[in-house]
Write a protein that binds this ligand. Structure first.
Ligand SMILES: *Cc1c(COP(=O)(O)O)cnc(C)c1O
Length: 222
């Protein structure tokens, strides 16, 4: 069946082609449409075309945008891909279906408490500072096992590992390293790959790719 030409179908096809090269099934890979900074009207055509997983990087922005849409479209999943402050853990647990930015023990505690209170378990990816960059969010590589242990003891549902590799250099070694760390720690989910590198990420085992620009066009400077 031929799909009409659109950025969404283009991204879907590129995911499928990369999966094929890696002898993977395309449906092993979840495409998360990163809609940060985009108005609701930009999301509607994607929803109409069957895209049902979206991602935002700010709790407050998402709270202004998504509750009505989620009510109207019961099958949409909303993922948080940005840094989370502990005092927003309750809001995040209430709104999001998955959190990609678990990066420290204090956040494990805050999320566990919020999930208990809401009687709702939200799967979490541990974000790893895979390039060991000073200014970047994420848990340092050496601390992944202990953070994982803390999260398991707090009974947080763990989805896997997430990373944003350093800008401007070949991302493949970083994706491969994230895969290795996940494997060593008994985790299967890999949230990696953005507009510029999702095909590489899929070939190296990504289970979740986070794509904004390739679906919506360039973001305006903040
Ligand atoms: C913005 C963002 C993305 C999407 O980036 P694009 O380059 O627009 O595809 C993915 N992951 C995170 C964590 C982001 O903040």
């Amino acid at each position: 069946m031929d799909q009409p030409a659109s950025p969404l179908n283009d991204v879907r096809q590129r995911i499928a082609s990369s999966a094929k090269i890696a002898r993977r099934e395309p449906d092993e890979i979840t495409l998360i449409a990163i809609s940060k900074t985009r108005p609701v009207e930009d999301c509607l055509p994607l929803i109409a075309a069957g895209q049902c997983v979206f991602g935002e990087n700010r709790v407050q922005e998402a709270e202004g945008k998504w509750p009505k849409l989620l009510e109207a479209h019961g099958d949409i999943e909303l993922h948080l891909v940005g840094q989370l402050q502990s005092n927003k853990a309750g809001d995040a647990v209430a709104l999001f279906d998955c959190i990609h930015s678990l990066d420290r023990p204090t956040l494990v505690k805050a999320l566990a408490k919020a999930m208990d209170k809401a009687a709702r378990r939200v799967p979490c990816f541990i974000q790893v500072n895979i390039g060991e960059e000073e200014q970047k969010g994420g848990c340092v590589i050496a601390d992944v096992p202990s953070l994982l242990d803390t999260a398991r003891k707090a009974d947080l549902p763990l989805a896997g590992l997430m990373c944003v590799p350093p800008l401007g250099i070949e991302p493949a070694p970083f994706f491969a390293l994230l895969g290795k760390i996940a494997e060593d720690n008994g985790l299967t989910g890999l949230s990696m790959g953005m507009s510029g590198d999702f095909e590489t990420a899929v070939m190296l085992g990504a289970t979740h790719v986070r794509v904004g620009t390739a679906l919506f066009g360039e973001r305006k400077a903040p």
